[in-house]
Design a protein around this ligand. Structure first.
Ligand SMILES: [Zn+2]
Length: 293
């Protein structure tokens, strides 16, 4: 699944490749990919044709591109979505869902999504990076956002009655932290994800935020170096970051810090990876009163 650093790479690529260009033609190949749009393919196409893309912004893992008419093109990559910039007549491939061509006849923008959990839609929005479309208003800022407010995040975090890893995955509290980045950051600070948010010392919470940011910046740097100027791409199973993972997916492999075999635990229909020694389980599960996991 594309995580925040990959989406940021896509945003930067869109800024370089498509911002400032006028949309000339649109073709919706699969209606599921525009299911969040209030209308059908014909309305979607006419909402875009003739408009110029004015910018490329991001809130968490959502992308939005203001248009010249007070609307914006929004996108989410879901589990397997990619936004590719390709010069026609490159082959289209079986998973092309939306094709956006430009009036300048240059490279087109292709939304490719094998599993169709992602999508594109159009809704009203201002032109500036702070004039969020309504459907993104509930998404919190991410730790790479220059306006991310660490003090506010920590005070909101400590008011929650939940476990730390669950809180990290809550997009209304902090955005862009997926399963991989949560596990990596928790390993770095030696904290088990089952610890109670309410009992987390402020200094430890601050250390955790710094670790999340570091993990993201490292992934971003590595993603940036593998970025091909022709392709604004996100590859769901891209391996560029996997070489430097210390926790995620490392069941039974030695902890890079202490050598103890890493453990895997079930977590919200997924898995959590941690070191039994560096990240001891809390004695009392924080969520025990509400629901067992
Ligand atoms: Zn360890």
């Amino acid at each position: 699944m594309p995580e925040l650093p990959e989406v940021e790479v896509v945003r930067a690529g869109l800024t370089r490749e498509v911002v400032g260009r006028e949309i000339g033609a649109v073709s919706v190949r699969h209606p599921r990919s525009i299911r969040r749009f209030q209308g059908g393919p014909v309305q979607f196409e006419s909402a875009l044709i003739g408009r110029t893309l004015r910018g490329a912004h991001r809130r968490g893992k959502y992308l939005w591109l203001p248009l010249s008419d007070g609307q914006a093109l929004l996108g989410h990559l879901g589990m397997s979505g990619q936004l590719l910039v390709a010069a026609p007549p490159s082959p289209e491939g079986p998973h092309l869902r939306v094709l956006i061509g430009f009036a300048d006849q240059g490279p087109d923008l292709r939304f490719v999504d094998q599993r169709t959990f992602g999508g594109l839609w159009v809704e009203p929005a201002g032109a500036g990076p702070d004039q969020l479309p309504t459907s993104l208003a509930h998404i919190a800022r991410d730790p790479l956002d220059p306006l991310f407010d660490e003090k506010l995040f920590i005070s909101r975090l400590r008011r929650r009655r939940t476990e730390i890893k669950r809180a990290l995955l809550d997009q209304t509290l902090i955005s862009g932290v997926g399963n991989i980045y949560a596990d990596e950051a928790l390993w770095r600070v030696g904290m088990h994800g089952g610890r109670a948010t309410a009992r987390l010392p402020v200094a430890k919470a601050s250390e955790l935020v710094a670790a999340i940011r570091d993990v993201m910046i490292e992934a971003l740097t590595q993603g940036g170096t593998s970025f091909d100027s022709l392709y604004v791409h996100v590859n769901g199973d891209s391996g560029y970051f996997s070489r430097s993972l210390n926790a995620y997916g490392r069941t039974d492999l030695p902890c890079s810090r202490c050598g103890t075999p890493m453990r895997r635990e079930a977590f919200m229909n997924r898995s959590s990876f941690s070191c039994p020694v560096c990240q001891p389980r809390p004695r009392k599960p924080a969520a025990a009163r509400t629901r067992g996991t």
